[in-house]
Design a protein around this ligand. Sequence first.
Ligand code: ADP
Length: 259
Amino acid sequence: TYEKLEIVEGRDELAEIGRTFNTMMEALETNYKKQEQFVSNASHELKTPLTVIESYAKLLLRRGFSNEKVAQEALDAIVSESSRMNDMIVQMLELAKNKEHLSLTVENINLTKLLENTLEEMRQAYNRTFSLQCDEGLFIQSDEQKLKQLLFIILDNARKYSDENIDVQVVKENDSVKVDIQDYGVGIPQDQLPHLFDRFFRVHQDRSRKTGGTGLGLAIAKDLAEILQIQIEVESELNVGTCFTLQIPLTFLNGEDNR
Ligand code: ADP
């Protein structure tokens, strides 16, 4: 930790140099801490797609040589998950650098399709039931890769902290779409809810560790939601379940990529 230079008042130029030096050192220190944080974030987020890749590679080894369809499916998944990982690394570096300078690719997205595909990937990877209630062809304006990354964090948590079916319900409202992700798992005590999005905060230490958690997922989700203009709310009851609600605007306020 940088210890500030003591400024001797009265000698104006020297005092000014001292203050500038202190400001520079503080900026460097903040930057250094951000870099440290990035390393932790990166390890956490890269684990999920790597698990998917590993399970498909194993499937390929087991059944791919005798079954062309399985081989094709596994290779498709491996290619798309690797490229998702690659995208993620690029985005994380941007996120670690400076949120304000992050570039967004805003386009029309078929949210119904995006959810169907994401849930299908989750089903394949974890052999769990994810049900979806959503109108056909629901379009929104957003950054698809970042939105998918955000959905993945919340869905992955629902899977990690419950053993039952996970229900995703989408309701179109006036100028937004409400996405409820409901699990029937361990739940979160009310007094812990305000800290849920803090970096490294974990309620269920053991379960988090067992599933490879680091307590960074929701901190990243919060950053993503902010840049995508999405509101996140959580309702939970211990040993009953948790519902994360995403309020996604139908149109992105600043229009095209102008950040
Ligand atoms: P982790 O890597 O530990 O899962 P997250 O930042 O994603 O970290 O989540 C922070 C903590 O919030 C978790 O450790 C877990 O205790 C709690 N949590 C997150 N999602 C859920 C959920 N759906 N049900 C119960 N607890 C949850």
